[in-house]
Write a new protein. Structure first.
Length: 132
């Protein structure tokens, strides 16, 4: 029984750890998306200020070109993190399933012990009825 309790604690710890990992990746994706949105706004402002929106135009602002490159890099990072997020969610689901299986085994064992070894007061009541 004690070893199963230790396994359940371990599985709960693993589930919590995997849940934190998923939350961290989601937070990073959110931050990168916010940064990309800010860069989009800065690019639009710079294009409006310069009066040029064609990236290939000779007068296109260098800052806007650099901001576009940073935004594209952020988009690539987000794509990579989304792949990691899918894997992390799969790991979390797997850990949850493992934990549920072990908890069900624990419940089944507890029920079996309860049926095999009834409480002493119930045994006394049964003996009293049988004698009476």
């Amino acid at each position: 029984m004690k070893s199963r309790d230790a396994v359940i604690r371990l599985k709960r710890f693993e589930v919590d750890e995997k849940r934190r990992k998923v939350e961290d990746i989601e937070a990073m994706i959110g931050e990168l998306n916010t940064m990309a949105t800010d860069l989009d706004r800065q690019i639009a402002i710079e294009q409006e200020r310069a009066g040029v929106s064609d990236v290939n135009h000779y007068a296109y602002p260098t800052f806007a070109k650099a901001a576009i490159q940073r935004r594209d890099n952020l988009a690539n990072s987000v794509a990579g993190l989304e792949a990691k997020l899918a894997v992390a969610r799969g790991d979390l689901d797997e850990a949850l399933e493992d934990m549920k299986k072990i908890e069900l085994l624990q419940e089944r064992d507890s029920e079996r012990l309860r049926v095999e070894n009834p409480a002493p007061e119930l045994v006394a009541v049964g003996a009293h009825r049988a004698a009476g």
